[in-house]
Design a protein around this ligand. Structure first.
Ligand code: GDP
Ligand code: MG
Length: 599
């Protein structure tokens, strides 16, 4: 295709504001999917995504469209679906980099949310043309005039430039497609130079192996030629090249500005990394496209099978997930309290939740997860440096400084909640960077916050303090040094590794007391007294005691019949199997699970 006729765009929207519905409607109006084949949310393929209404993997679809003003000039629209969540900022930024324009889609009954705002800022940084659109104007609760003013104010355009559509009824969607052609610039690149194609997504397919989505910036990629991944130097044969419309449709090649997929037969998405540049093996480009970054896990958690004999299954399941997830990392880990498991690294909390859910649902595993933690960089007085991904491995000895990751957070809420949000963020060691009114009653607050504070219950606290009205987004911005200590929890003098946590000095006492209290309630009384202590190094900061009992199970049925006694003994044995022993103390597994779940 002549690149002057190509329009590459994406849709930025908050969850539930109607991105999938709009995408479906566009597929239908452009004739890419026939009415009778239409099933709701054609583009959202994974079950979990569909159920939770989130889109994790981005894809691209090619649609022909002749705008009403140029009815005999078919254009090619490539709709690139961006992942919709905070954890995937880097993937979002690569999808945006493949586009020249974006549709900012906002629910006309809700207004813009923090996540959308954060992605809008990203789109602005990429100099994309932004088409503001209000969706769901068919709803009785829609307030198109009010939110058009909000959007116009935000983007700096006139209110009349804000389009109003209903993805559900189709109203205004053809006009929107026309506007995409009219407003979004055509891609520019050099035709007669070595190929440079940017990978903005790569997906593992059980039948085809890895399917890599690219935008060709310069030159041309052709079927059967050998290509090179510029970050690793690995070369592959291009077995198939083409575009989705909406199913994979092979072609002879892709030229400047075109968006499509490549298949090389590789089996692991790590060989086809988001952000990397693809070129020809011989006489290829010398300079990769800018912006490549290795995915870096930000949040870690220990994952243990509830039943220790499931360990091999857990390992196999993680291996399988790894094929489709370049950001996931894991290594084996043993815990005195939880047995054999893995320390798994994630991009963020949603990523963690999705992986955990897939392990449980798709692989039928029952898991215990330790409280999530961030990565710390610890410098010792003697100059040694440690990267700590597991609190129980926090170094002992003379520590010089500890660095923790920080994020830039954007919060949006009705203005009545400003006080509550400020209180929450201050309590989480946040510092206010700025505040703007989006309209009279809605305000945007910008904070820098330690990631560790967000990882710990922040969403829940925010939701409950703002009755669910606040929205939050964040992106990593670097690190800061902080006064952090490791708090250990001891049962009868024995450290329980799964409960060690790295917390700010001012919060160590609160953490210690809370854990000690929780455990006192969860651990059954034993034949002897069990002290529960919280300690920083050798210094005890909190203490609780589980008092002893001296009751023999059999004493209960003194004189009773023998079969009942046997049953009791058996049940006791059964119970024992699900017990973990810490020192001399028997702890039912449920107690660990309950203590690890954030109440
Ligand atoms: P996404 O999370 O942004 O992909 O949102 P969906 O497309 O899944 O839409 C979320 C919900 O809003 C679904 O129940 C849709 O049926 C509904 N929805 C989407 N667009 C419209 C619209 O224009 N009008 C109405 N009334 N509902 C809509
Ligand atoms: Mg969706």
């Amino acid at each position: 295709t002549d690149s002057a006729l190509i329009r590459n765009f994406c849709i930025i929207a908050h969850i539930d504001h109607g991105k999938s519905t709009l995408a479906d409607r566009m597929l239908q109006l452009t004739g890419v999917v026939e009415q009778r084949q239409m099933r709701a949310q054609y583009l959202d393929r994974m079950d979990i995504e569909r159920e939770r209404g989130i889109t994790i993997k981005s894809q691209a679809v090619r649609m022909p469209w002749a705008p009403s003003s140029e009815a005999d000039t078919p254009h090619v629209l490539n709709m690139i679906d961006t992942p919709g969540h905070v954890d995937f900022t880097y993937e979002v930024s690569r999808s945006l980099a493949a586009c020249e324009g974006c549709i900012l889609l906002v629910d006309a009954a809700q207004g813009i949310e923090a996540q959308t705002l954060a992605n809008l800022y990203l789109a602005m940084e990429h100099d994309l043309t932004i088409i503001p659109v209000l969706n769901k104007i068919d709803l009785p609760a829609a307030q198109p005039e009010k939110f058009a003013a909000e959007l116009a104010h935000l983007i700096g355009c006139g209110t009349e430039e804000v389009l109003k559509v209903s993805a559900k009824t189709g109203e205004g969607v053809e006009e929107l497609l026309d506007e995409v052609v009219r407003q979004v610039p055509a891609p520019v690149g050099t035709v007669d130079s070595p190929a440079r194609a940017m990978i903005f997504d790569s997906v593992y397919d059980a039948y085809r192996g890895v399917v890599t989505y690219v935008k060709v910036v310069d030159g041309q990629l052709s079927r059967r030629e050998r290509i090179r991944m510029m970050s690793t130097g690995a070369t592959h044969e291009l077995l198939e090249i083409g575009a989705n419309s909406p199913e994979m449709t092979p072609a002879d090649g892709l030229g400047v500005g075109e968006v499509g997929y490549l298949i090389t037969g590789v089996k692991d998405v790590r060989q086809s990394k988001v952000g990397d540049t693809v070129t020809q093996q011989s006489k290829g480009a010398e300079e990769p496209l800018p912006g490549y970054k290795d995915p870096k896990p930000m949040v870690f958690s220990g994952l243990y099978p509830l039943d220790g004999s499931d360990y091999p299954e857990l390992r196999d399941a993680l291996d399988k997930l790894l094929l489709n997830d370049a950001a996931l990392t894991y290594e084996p880990e043993t815990s005195a309290a939880l047995g054999f498991g893995f320390r798994v690294g994630f991009l963020g909390l949603l990523h963690l939740e999705v992986i955990r859910e897939r392990l449980e649902r798709e692989f039928g595993l029952d898991l215990i997860a330790t409280a999530p933690n961030v990565v710390y960089r610890v410098r010792m007085e003697d100059g040694d440096e440690h990267v700590v991904t597991n609190p129980s491995e926090f170094p002992t000895g003379k520590i010089d400084t500890v660095h923790e990751p920080v994020v830039r957070a954007t919060l949006i809420a009705p203005s009545e909640f400003i006080g509550a949000i400020m209180e929450l963020c201050q309590g989480r060691r946040g510092s206010l960077q700025g505040m703007d009114y989006l309209s009279e009653e809605r305000v945007e607050l910008r904070y820098t916050l330690p990631l560790a504070e967000i990882v710990f219950d922040f969403f829940d606290a925010l939701k409950s303090k703002t009755r669910g009205y606040a929205s939050l987004d964040y992106e990593p911005t670097g690190e800061q040094s902080a006064d952090l200590v490791k708090v250990d929890i001891l049962l009868q003098g024995e450290k329980v590794d799964a409960f060690s946590a790295i917390v700010h000095k001012d919060k160590a006492y609160a953490y210690g007391t809370r854990m000690a209290n929780k455990l006192r309630e969860l651990i059954p009384r034993q034949q002897f007294e069990v002290p529960i202590q919280a300690a920083i190094g050798a210094r005890i900061i909190a203490r609780e005691t589980i008092r002893a009992i001296r009751k023999d199970v059999l004493a209960k049925c003194y004189g009773g019949d023998i079969s009942r006694k046997r049953k009791l003994l058996e049940r006791q044995k059964e119970g024992k199997r699900r017990m973990k022993v810490v020192g001399r103390v028997e702890v039912p597994q449920e107690a660990f699970i309950a203590a690890l779940s954030s109440d």
